[in-house]
Design a protein around this ligand. Structure first.
Ligand SMILES: CSCCC(=O)C(=O)COP(=O)(O)O
Length: 251
């Protein structure tokens, strides 16, 4: 039985991986989609302005990482390198970052851009926990605004909820946040989201599988529930409320 603040909450802020969506979908379908097609994608679309914008962001991040002494990072000089050389280096940076499951903006933005082709072409469909879908409908129907906060880019979030195995859920969602608002383990990110939504943090309920994120949201004053799902990292003893069926979360 989950007990919430007696006067409830006005908005719900949901994490994706391990919360609305199985971790296995992200790691066994979404990430491999990019891993298996990124080399060919870069070769075929290198000259396209949108792809070049992603290339510049990856190169900028790589050069910062090299300066910071990160061993796997490969410096890229887009002005001096030949197109082939630059493409090889950009690819090397994408590959090591994906192996490390790095939650970094330039990589997340590129993944989101590539997933668009998979979702729009029908190769990808966003997997959802059925109780998460039911709870989102119940929250929206009861006047609780539903927001998303994920390391995945806002563009990727709109795809995963726009093309789910339960149809489009975009109509249930009032807004989207990614790490442009701040890191998910920083309390200031949750304060910024609450301010942007226009609510006191205490009127927002944050649900995530990641206890470090839950701790940050709690520090910012949000109400919290830890999502417990098969395949999630076990959380063990923990002071926070937990749920494995979001329909059990009181309104
Ligand atoms: C937008 S779906 C892709 C999820 C993703 O790329 C990711 O890194 C998961 O991050 P989350 O913050 O949802 O755990």
């Amino acid at each position: 039985m989950i007990t919430m603040a007696t006067d409830g909450y006005d908005a719900v802020l949901l994490d994706i991986e391990g919360t609305t969506t199985p971790i296995s979908f992200v790691h066994d379908e979404l990430f491999p989609y990019v891993a298996r097609s990124v080399a060919e994608f870069l070769e075929a679309r290198w000259g396209e302005p949108e792809v070049q914008a992603h290339v510049r962001a990856i190169a900028e991040q790589a050069n910062k990482d090299v300066a910071a002494g990160i061993a796997d990072a490969v410096a890229v000089d887009l002005a001096a390198d030949s197109a082939e050389e630059a493409r090889r280096k950009v690819l090397a940076n994408i590959e090591w970052q994906m192996k490390a499951d790095r939650k970094i903006g330039a990589l997340k933005d590129l993944q989101g851009y590539m997933w668009k082709f998979g979702f729009e072409g029908g190769e990808l469909r966003g997997a959802m926990y059925p109780d998460a879908v039911a709870a989102m409908k119940r929250w929206a129907g009861a006047g609780r605004k539903v927001y998303i906060y994920s390391s995945g880019s806002v563009e990727a979030q709109k795809l995963i909820f726009g093309y789910t195995t339960h149809g489009s859920l975009l109509g249930l969602i009032s807004g989207y946040y990614d790490t442009k608002v701040g890191a998910k383990i920083d309390a200031s990110s949750y304060a910024a989201i609450a301010a942007d939504i226009g609510l006191a943090p205490g009127r927002v309920l944050f649900v995530s599988d990641n206890v470090n994120e839950i701790r940050a949201a709690d520090e910012a004053g949000m109400q919290t529930v830890v999502s417990v799902r098969p395949g999630n990292t076990p959380i063990g003893e923990c002071a926070f409320r937990q749920s494995s069926d979001f329909m059990d979360i009181p309104l």
